[in-house]
Design a protein around this ligand. Structure first.
Ligand code: SF4
Ligand code: SF4
Length: 381
């Protein structure tokens, strides 16, 4: 099947099949949720059995949809031979649907041989790599140097790829500095707050200030593409949803995501793996959870919260930290509010002052931002 990059950019990923190919990692990041790493690896036989079943049942529309085969760890490049085996075997299957491989890597093990191998297959791969801002931020969070990472190789090989910047309480005050320096070097960066962290008393004030500085940067640089979270569509505030109390689920946990551990067992997503929780009998404990019914995933306090529509949560963290998938991290409430207030206000300014015609999607973003801002501007927590 023709599987060109240009085709892939237009098609939507409708299912993510993630294979935990190794429990080993060469780093030890401060916000890492995998507390029970080991040297265990998935075998080729297990990987083939998982994929055979996934391929049998995937029914994506050939014109507009695709399956993502995500190779995850630990650090997946510690099991590169399995990546090669999975790739060659999948290609030999002549599958009747679109698919793409995705590797989520810390980037430190991308040797010249691996880079060459990936480059020769670049249309079949997408690489997600973390870069946490400045050298100090990277060192603080991840204990390695940005200058040692192959970020230029990634950008040149996959010009549309973005890097993930994760913020911790320790690096929050450097957010604008770190991200703007990366934008200036031409990198695309999707940034977000780390989950499962202890946030400090005034972190919401720091976050507001940092978001405002980045917003100012985008207002002064209309030639730059907006990156997450500045390009966030407040979709719960689009006309059809405005009177809905229950927002959409903000991730594909247990629905569009299938996470397979090294032994082939299926989990709702990577945050439910035993390597995150230790020895808990997770699948037994969550057997009655219905991930398709969003209203059952929200606790009482959140159900009556004025900012529920903009509050993202991680069910896996809720479970790992509070033993209850509905129990959100209330230490993040103010941060969620600040983010929605600053970004909706920014989007209104940006789309009403930019000197060009807006696309239909941008008009929708503007409409949603106006509604979100109106609802949240006077809210305080
Ligand atoms: S902001 Fe806090 S109280 Fe409101 S929905 Fe989110 S976690 Fe719940
Ligand atoms: S539960 Fe958390 S880790 Fe899992 S898919 Fe949702 S947001 Fe991601």
């Amino acid at each position: 099947m023709e599987n060109s990059l240009s085709n892939k950019q237009k098609i939507k990923t409708t299912r993510v099949c993630t294979l935990m190919i190794t429990h080993a990692c060469n780093l030890n990041c401060t916000y890492c949720f995998e507390k029970y790493k080991s040297s265990k690896k998935m075998t080729f036989e297990v990987a083939k059995n998982i994929l055979k079943n996934e391929f049998k049942t995937y029914k994506g529309d050939i014109k507009s949809e695709r399956l993502a085969i995500e190779l995850f760890g630990g650090e997946p490049l510690t099991n590169f031979s399995l990546i090669k085996d999975i790739y060659e075997w999948t290609k030999s299957q002549a599958l009747p649907f679109n698919y793409i491989f995705q590797i989520t890597t810390n980037g430190t093990l991308l040797s010249s041989n691996i880079k060459q191998w990936l480059k020769e297959r670049k249309d079949d791969f997408r690489i997600v790599m973390s870069v946490d801002g400045t050298e100090v931020m990277q060192q603080t969070n991840r204990g390695c140097k940005i200058s040692d990472l192959p970020i230029t190789f990634i950008k040149e090989t996959w010009p549309n790829s973005y890097f993930k910047l994760t913020l911790s309480s320790e690096t929050l005050h450097s957010y604008s500095n770190g991200i703007i320096s990366l934008y200036e070097q031409g990198f695309k960066i999707a940034s977000s707050l780390a989950e499962g962290q202890k946030w400090k008393e005034n972190d919401d004030i720091v976050y507001r200030h940092e978001l405002e500085k980045i917003a100012e940067y985008f207002l002064n640089h209309p030639e730059k593409d907006l990156e997450h979270p500045f390009n966030f569509l407040f979709k719960e505030y689009t006309d059809k949803r405005i009177n809905e109390k229950i927002p959409h689920k903000n991730c594909g946990c247990g629905t569009t995501i299938a996470m397979y551990d090294i032994d082939g067992k299926l989990y709702p997503c990577h945050l439910f793996l035993p390597m995150v929780h230790g020895n808990k009998n997770i699948l037994e404990n969550i057997k009655n959870v219905d991930f398709t019914n969003t209203s059952t995933l929200i606790d009482k306090q959140c159900a009556s919260c004025s900012i529920l529509k903009v509050c993202k949560t991680c069910y896996g963290y809720n479970y790992s930290q509070r033993d209850n998938i509905t129990s959100r991290d209330k230490g993040m409430c103010k941060l969620r509010l600040v983010e929605a207030q600053v970004i909706s206000e920014f989007q209104i300014k940006y789309f009403t002052t930019i000197n060009r015609e807006l696309s239909d999607y941008e008009l929708l973003m503007l409409k949603a931002a106006l509604s979100c801002y109106k609802h949240l501007k006077n809210v305080s927590l």
